[in-house]
Design a protein around this ligand. Sequence first.
Ligand code: GCU
Length: 609
Amino acid sequence: MKKIFLFAALLQLISAQENLLINVYNRPAKSLSGQWNYIVDPYENGFYNYRYEPYDNAKDPGKGAYFTNAKPKDKTELVEYDFDKSDTIAVPGDWNTQKEKLFYYEGTIWYKKSFDYRKKKNTNRVFVYFEAANYQADVYLNGTKLGKHIGGFTPFNYEVTKLLKEKDNFLVVKVDNKRKKEGVPTLNTDWWNYGGLTRDVKLVETSDDFIQDYVIQLDPNDRKKIKGTVTLNGSDIAQKKIRIIIPELGLDQMIVTDSSGTASVEMQSQKISYWTTQNPHVYNVIVQTQKDEVVDQIGFRTITTKEQNILLNNTEIFLRGISIHEESPVRHGRAHSLDDAKQLLTWAKELGCNYVRLAHYPHNEHMARLADKMGILVWEEIPVYWTISWDNEETYRNAEHQLTTMINRDKNRASVIIWSMANETPTSDLRNIFLGKLAAKTRALDPTRLISAALEQSSVPGNPNVKIISDPFANVVDILSFNQYIGWYDGLPNKCKDIRWNITQNKPVVISEFGADAKYGFHADTLTRFSEEYQEYLYKETLEMISAIPQLRGISPWILVDFRSPRRTLPNIQDGWNRKGLISDDGKKKKAFFVLQKFYNTKAAMNKK
Ligand code: GCU
């Protein structure tokens, strides 16, 4: 029964996306990165006419609609914008850190990129692929609307085969980063609302019938078996042969698609080198049809829990982690590049980590792909953060779409072991229903990984120093996670000694946040807030306190690097930065970094015994 369930789940995941391409990194693509023209449009004058009617709905939008990229036909004609005479901005990249006048800007900015494009083969198809755009993108090619995407951290693409010309194409994108009550995230967050085409944009060319999607994983019920599902996209995809090759394992199998263009594979091998954090072995997996071929690097492992333990390949593991925001170290602004990912994950490794929590939204794809290669386990989450509109059906659909896209993009990444539904969301019946639906969706889409969320913790009535996890969602998740700030938001670090954690659920505990602000280079005694000594003292006290929790199987302290937040305004200390980083925004390690590093190195040495 379980096997049928798994197979059905994989199918549902593949069909869940509107022809979202995966593994774009390994496909031939023309990057549209570089300088784009842009127009700042706070009144959305390029989108609505003066009666506030969207030009999208007009039969003839006229030259006032920015997406027409209009030019006056002669000196008499009135056109009150001109992309080509407007300033330029780099894509990928948030606009806040590229233009001082846009640092605090929240609203619409129009981007325009002109390009020529000649297809390699006339029968091929072409897609424009966006790795992310924060927060809402309306996309037009050569004056035709391709679609609208909501959600600032997940990829999307549109087929442009029939619209492309060999010369003078113009891609116009309206990006609006205004925060919305019904949004995901909602109005209030503790991070900077970086707007724009924050990740790469590229043209991906495929054969007319191509490999749309695949998932190739170790069968959780049989560690000698690799199973998978492949789906084709095109007009002639039924009863088609697909070849799955894993050269290093000597596996080479032919499967045939059903009437819907989907096929499943099961391959046995006695010599699989399982992916682990010490030996992050990834295999070249080739998926081939007569017309298309995609190669991916996939690690084979299982991740499960057994009572209070987390098991990687049936071996107990302690998650020595750290939380990370998608903030480019040293350069600042939204991280998006492989170099950004290398810097962040190298610092995590230096800290002694075998695990990272990518907070509070799906990070760029480089992070999970690099974590696969570096042997770092990953927690990924969607920005269902704080006070979401639990009663709004559109909000739920948005959250579920972001969740589905995140899972669909990274389902072949061995490093990703936990899908998180939420962070610090106030408990209520509506919230429990909302999160319960997300959890059910996650299990349906991917039953091979664990689910968690940063749950609410509280005190026993009448005894504030006895902490419990009373959050109803604790009954749903595989891993009990929660953020706790005793010693920073709740008393001073010495309060840790008075606290007892009375966790009754028989599940692994991973503390998803603790920490304190410290301004790098500010030295004082251990009770002076924002000093490195205070942060160091809090880490020492907290590590001692939580080590007494019998179910503790991991931590991801808050946070690897200082990050920008409009909530943090203390002059000469925060200046718009949340200073809980163990590393400063210009890459310097604070004293607490070495406290955690020592704790992890000791833990690692103990576990090797
Ligand atoms: C919260 C929240 C983080 C925030 C942190 C803080 O737990 O999850 O997003 O940045 O606390 O207050 O620094």
